[in-house]
Design a protein around this ligand. Sequence first.
Ligand SMILES: Nc1ncnc2c1ncn2[C@@H]1O[C@H](COP(=O)(O)OP(=O)(O)OP(=O)(O)O)[C@@H](O)[C@H]1O
Ligand SMILES: [Mg+2]
Length: 213
Amino acid sequence: MIIANISPRSMGKTTDTGMMAHALHEVGYPVRAWDADESEHLTQWSLAAGNFPFPVERNATATFSTDVTPLADGVDVVDVGHTENHPHIADSVLKIADLAIVHMEPSMADYQRVTQPRTSTSVADMVARSAYVRADRKAPPVWVLLNRVRTGVRSAGEIRNMLRDAGWNVFTVPIPALDDLKQATAFSVEHAARGPFGELITEMETKGLIKRG
Ligand SMILES: Nc1ncnc2c1ncn2[C@@H]1O[C@H](COP(=O)(O)OP(=O)(O)OP(=O)(O)O)[C@@H](O)[C@H]1O
Ligand SMILES: [Mg+2]
């Protein structure tokens, strides 16, 4: 299956994608990560880490959907180039994705850029229009993952409620701001499944969004 990780620029996609891929790998899923962003941040991260313990491939093109054959019994986790300047990549990945995850911080700024961007197509519209080009003519399920969540900051709950009121599915598990997280759990990329990304995988399994084997 393919998970498309999408958002406007700089909302935590690459960080969440890398962590999620590690967590999936650690709990036993066959994982392949895709760097579908021209900036190649995921590739650079993998190289800097001495190569992630699963393949990291590159395809930041409008032909992603025809170039890529999904793993039959594993998870392809795609870091999609941001939707503001590279909509052709997101359109192509969404054409074959089984799940789309929208990444954002629970702030008004991110809320507006996700729901009502003024100079680009919104992620909701991109997901909706994917239905017309997908084999089953149905858009993939979309879930919002809130990241950089700071404990004790009220706006996180408010933005979550605003998203839900506007019809978005929002994961219950929050990804804390990493400085908080380090103190709490000594979280690292090698032990991604021990932290909130492990909880996220459990939530995805519980909701039937991903399946083992
Ligand atoms: N949980 C987190 N806690 C603290 N900082 C974070 C967290 N997640 C991401 N960041 C920081 O936020 C910034 C944006 O993250 P990232 O590069 O993952 O976003 P992106 O959506 O991939 O950006 P781009 O659209 O440019 O590819 C980076 O500086 C990153 O280190
Ligand atoms: Mg990125």
